[in-house]
Ligand binder design. Structure first.
Ligand code: PEP
Ligand code: MN
Length: 341
C-alpha cells in the first residue's frame, strides 16, 4: 500500500486517525490536498504492511481506496494524482491550459541590462523572468554570478514588470537568501542528484524547477523529484534541458520524447529549455516550437540584449526581437493543440 485516497468530505479528525495508524506501523504520511480530493502518500518501507493490515486501513472512516504503486517513485507517479498537478504562482497557473514562458538572461550581469531584458520579455509575453545569481560554471575562472546583489536586481525587475522570478540555488547555504527573493527555485542539471540540496528545497514552500541531469535517465530524474516531494513539497516542475550524447553539432541533445513519456509517468508539469538543449541561438526557435507541439507546459528561453557581450551563454541567447517573433509564432502551435500561450 503506497497511496490512500480519501473520500470527499473526510474530516480532519478522520485524517489524523489514519495518520496515527500509519505512524504506529513505523510509516509516515505525506498528505496532498487537491481541489477535489485529499491523497496520502505512504512513506517508508510499505512492503512490511501485511495484507490484513492493509485491509484494516482500507475500511477506516474516510478511506475510499488504497493503492500499491509498483514504480520506485510514488508521490511523483501519475497514479498519485491522475488529473495532473497545477501550481499557482502569483496568479500564474502552471500545468493548466496556458503554456508559460520563463525568459531572461543566463546570468544577472548588472542592474541596467537586467531591467532592460525584463521589460522586453514582458512586452513579448513572457510570464516569468529568469536570471542566475549563483552560476554553476564549468571553469572556476568564469563569471560566477553577482550573488545577493543579483537577487536584489531580480526582485526589482519583478516589481517593475510584475513577472515572478526564477533563479538557481546551488548550495544549501544560500537557501535563506534565495527564498527571500525567488518565486521558483531552480535546481540546475549539475545538481539534479545533489540529494541534500533536493531535501533542502523539499522543506521549502517555494515551487521547484528541477532540471534534468546531464546524463540522467527519466527514472533517475523522477527519483530526484521524489526526494523533494518526500519532504512535503509537491510543487515540482520538471525541465528537459538536453542530455549528453555522442552528437557534437548541438551543445546537448534535446530529448523531446521525454515530454510525452513524462506525461504518462508523472502528474508533474513538464517544461523544456531549448536554449541549453541546443546551445545555438538559431536552433532555439524551431525546438521551442517542437516542444510546444510535443505537449510541454512551459519553456525557458535565454534572452539577452547584447548576446555578443554576454558573460555567459551568449551564443544561445535570443535577442529581444527574435524572442518576440518566436512568442508570436508559438501562438498558432499552442492553439492547434488546444492550449494558449
Ligand atoms: C541555466 O539555466 O542557466 C543553467 C545553468 O541550466 P542547466 O542547469 O540546465 O545547465
Ligand atoms: Mn545558461
Amino acid at each position: 500500500m503506497d497511496i490512500i485516497v480519501l473520500k470527499p468530505g473526510t474530516t480532519e479528525e478522520q485524517l489524523r486517525h489514519i495518520i496515527k495508524k500509519l505512524e504506529s506501523k513505523g510509516l509516515q504520511a505525506n498528505v496532498s490536498k487537491g481541489t477535489e480530493r485529499t491523497i496520502i502518500g505512504v512513506i517508508g518501507d510499505t512492503s512490511k504492511i501485511t495484507e490484513e493490515e492493509e485491509s484494516v486501513i482500507s475500511i477506516m472512516p474516510g478511506v475510499e481506496d488504497v493503492m500499491r504503486i509498483l514504480k520506485p517513485y510514488k508521490l511523483a507517479s501519475r497514479e498519485f494524482r491522475p488529473d495532473g498537478t497545477t501550481i499557482n504562482i502569483k496568479g500564474n497557473v502552471i500545468g493548466g491550459k496556458k503554456i508559460h514562458v520563463i525568459a531572461g538572461p543566463c546570468a544577472v550581469e548588472n542592474r541596467t541590462i537586467l531591467m532592460n531584458i525584463a521589460k522586453k520579455v514582458k512586452e513579448a509575453g513572457a510570464t516569468f523572468v529568469r536570471g542566475g545569481a549563483f552560476k554553476p560554471r564549468t571553469s572556476p575562472y568564469s563569471f560566477q554570478g553577482l550573488g545577493e546583489e543579483g537577487l536584489k536586481y531580480l526582485a526589482e525587475a519583478r516589481e517593475k514588470t510584475g513577472l515572478p522570478v526564477v533563479t538557481e540555488l546551488m548550495d544549501p547555504r544560500d537557501m535563506e537568501v534565495i527564498q527571500k527573493y525567488a518565486d521558483i527555485i531552480q535546481i540546475g542539471a549539475r545538481n539534479m542528484q545533489n540529494f541534500r540540496l533536493l531535501l533542502e528545497v523539499g522543506n521549502s514552500s517555494k515551487p521547484v524547477l528541477l532540471k534534468r541531469g546531464l546524463s540522467a535517465t527519466i527514472k533517475e530524474w523522477l527519483m530526484a523529484a521524489e526526494y523533494i516531494m518526500s519532504r512535503g513539497n509537491h510543487h515540482v516542475i520538471l525541465c528537459e534541458r538536453g542530455i549528453r550524447t555522442f552528437e557534437t553539432a548541438t551543445r546537448n541533445t534535446l530529448d523531446l520524447s521525454a515530454v510525452p513519456v513524462l506525461k504518462k509517468l508523472t502528474h508533474l508539469p513538464v517544461f523544456v529549455d531549448p536554449s541549453h538543449g541546443v546551445g545555438k541561438w538559431d536552433l532555439v526557435a524551431p525546438m521551442a516550437k517542437a516542444a510546444v507541439a510535443a505537449g510541454a507546459d512551459g519553456l525557458i528561453i535565454e534572452v539577452h540584449t547584447n548576446p555578443e557581450e554576454a558573460l555567459s551563454d551568449g551564443e544561445q541567447s535570443l535577442k529581444p526581437n527574435d524572442f518576440k517573433k518566436l512568442m508570436k509564432d508559438l501562438k498558432p502551435i499552442a492553439s492547434a493543440i488546444g492550449r494558449s500561450i
